[in-house]
Design a protein around this ligand. Structure first.
Ligand code: CA
Ligand code: CA
Length: 145
């Protein structure tokens, strides 16, 4: 099955809506990329590749966040741009990752993504609060390969 067909239209909309909601809390820009199978040695390497390919460094505050998931082998990673790394503690993403893993283990892939996205938005709020006149710098659409 192709990654594009893994989720229904309604499920994809739920994920996009979660991104929209999260970005009302933070100036950070969250994107989701879904692979069928992880195309690199590990999901973190692949997430870096995708981050660059999607030109996610193109934010004013270097606060783009990529949530990467490969559906057939169930691997995932979260990475943030350097603006985030400079500000947050090193274990910043752990609670989001743990929440997502809990859902993924139960096979709740959509819920894992939507809850993870929302929590990421809330966590980013502390360091990168939403600002009036916010621009949607990076598309909320899911990227597939
Ligand atoms: Ca924005
Ligand atoms: Ca966005």
């Amino acid at each position: 099955m192709k990654s594009k067909d893994y989720f229904t239209a309604e499920q994809k909309q739920q994920i996009v809506d979660a991104i929209h909601e999260a970005e009302l809390n933070t100036s950070g820009e969250i994107r989701v990329h879904i692979d069928t199978k992880c195309k690199a040695k590990n999901p973190l390497d692949r997430a870096v590749q995708v981050f660059n390919k999607l030109e996610m460094h193109k934010t004013d505050l270097y606060n783009g966040v990529l949530i990467y998931l490969s559906v057939s082998d169930r691997k995932f990673a979260i990475i943030g741009d350097e603006g985030i790394d400079q500000k947050v503690p090193h274990d910043f993403w752990d609670s989001t990752k743990n929440l997502m893993i809990e859902h993924f283990k139960k096979g709740e892939m959509v819920l894992g993504l939507t809850e993870g996205i929302k929590l990421a938005g809330l966590q980013l709020k502390e360091f990168f609060p939403y600002q009036t006149g916010d621009i949607d710098e990076l598309s909320n659409k899911i990227s597939f390969e």
